[in-house]
Design a binder for this molecule. Structure first.
Ligand SMILES: C=C1C[C@]23C[C@@]1(O)CC[C@H]2[C@@]12CCC[C@@](C)(C(=O)O1)[C@H]2[C@@H]3C(=O)O
Ligand SMILES: O=C(O)CCC(=O)C(=O)O
Ligand SMILES: [Fe+2]
Length: 386
């Protein structure tokens, strides 16, 4: 039977202590454990450039070649006219804000388990660094309802319902409970609607990108029926980067690539996302209202036999405004074997990677982090990919 992403880390638990979560709001100086230097992240001080990432209007008649070009050169681009309603983006931003504004002890009620994938916590990559990241995250895989119940519990209201004296008080408490439950359902519906739009958009972008390499719908069997990649799986990662007293010495999310086919990111009106290109340096991706940022992930790099680079990116922080971002991390069915597409392989371009599933790749990432692609590239059958 096919499994889902949720059990992928059972064999790769990580222990990230919550005990030292700082009260981000009250710190005037950066604690040592949050102060990064170049030795903490190799590219920490690499040069910055004022070049800009390609910006693509999806209604442009030349959209396919523009997307193809952006994927081969940058592995990332920004899009507008993508069809995701701006009302839905606003709702997602509001939901993300209300979630992270909860007191820490409430968020910890929905803490991600050490061997789990969903819930509240710092991003998994934290385990590879000696310094702490100036951020908190919340991961959703499948229905968020269980975790949302933990964040917005109604049981304490039930208690007050019984205790409250007088009919008016009881009625008040009952109506507050009704408001909370409807809010819970409303929040889950927003997530579901966001997933549906993002899934459609990801499929569209995938065909545009692959089409530019001559790949046709018949070349990817698992996209059928309907060529809409119905079996795809995804995670939604909500990120919060609080105001930081010394942003130049802190790091929101250090340099990494995503383990996805493609990631679609919405950032609020505060800059922070940077992408890296060897010949250019770090480039800041400015927030453009209503636009989305797309990046190639490691699995699309493998599928295209290296033709699309999976782009290194990171999130910096600032001392003026909180920043929120919402990443849609999109990949294939978790047990499906992914390998370089036969159409992109020939005697001059032999396959650079063996075949492996998303689950296996995530497990590899959990041990090899940014070396995962080179690890599997040099994989011999005597090595362990699990
Ligand atoms: C499907 C996934 C990709 C991800 C690990 C995860 O299981 C869910 C969270 C994702 C995320 C988001 C922040 C950056 C990242 C590197 C991390 O630590 O968690 C990615 C993971 C990834 O792409 O490898
Ligand atoms: O917050 C950002 O801009 C980047 C987030 C990110 O890279 C991720 O969630 O994988
Ligand atoms: Fe990322």
């Amino acid at each position: 039977m096919n499994s889902t992403l949720s059990d992928v880390f059972i064999s790769h638990p990580i222990h990230i202590p919550f005990s030292n979560l700082p009260d981000f709001t009250s710190l005037r100086h950066l604690p040592d454990s949050y102060t990064w230097t170049p030795k903490d992240d190799l590219l920490f001080s690499a040069s910055a450039s004022d070049e800009s990432l390609p910006f693509i209007d999806l209604s442009d008649p030349h959209v396919a070649s523009r997307v193809g070009h952006a994927c081969t050169t940058w592995g990332a681009f920004q899009i507008t006219n993508h069809g995701v309603p701006s009302r839905l983006l606003d709702d997602m931003e509001f939901l993300t804000g209300s979630l992270f504004r909860l007191p820490v002890h409430r968020k910890l009620n929905a803490a991600r388990r050490e061997d789990g994938i969903s819930g509240y916590g710092v991003a998994r990559i934290a385990s590879f660094f000696n310094k702490q990241m100036w951020s908190e995250g919340f991961t959703v895989v499948g229905s968020p309802l269980d975790d949302f119940h933990k964040l917005w519990p109604v049981h304490h209201l039930k208690y007050w319902k019984n205790k409250a004296g007088g009919r008016t008080k009881r009625l008040y408490v009952v109506s507050v409970s009704v408001v909370i439950v409807s809010q819970l359902i409303f929040n889950s519906e927003i997530i579901q609607e966001y997933e549906e739009h993002m899934q459609k958009l990801a499929a569209k972008l995938m065909w545009l990108a692959l089409g530019s390499l001559g790949v046709e719908e018949k070349d990817i069997e698992w996209a059928s029926p309907g060529s809409d990649f119905r079996g795809a799986q995804a995670a939604i990662q909500l990120n919060h980067y609080p105001i930081c007293p010394e942003p130049d010495r802190a790091m929101g999310l250090p340099a990494h690539t995503d383990s996805t086919l493609m990631t679609i990111l919405y950032q609020n009106n505060t800059a922070g996302l940077q992408v890296y290109r060897d010949d250019v340096g770090w480039v800041t991706v400015p927030p453009v209202p209503g636009s989305l940022v797309v990046n190639v992930g490691d699995l699309l790099h493998i599928l295209t036999n290296g033709m699309f680079p999976s782009v290194l990116h990171r999130a910096r922080v600032n001392h003026l405004q909180s920043r929120f971002s919402m990443a849609y991390l999109w990949g294939p069915p978790s047990d499906l074997m992914i390998s370089p597409l036969p159409k992109l392989v020939d005697p001059l371009h032999p396959p650079l990677y063996p075949s492996l599933s998303w689950k296996q790749y995530l497990a590899t990432k959990a041990t090899h982090f940014n070396q995962s692609l080179s690890f599997i590239r040099n994989y011999r059958s005597s090595d362990q990919i699990s």
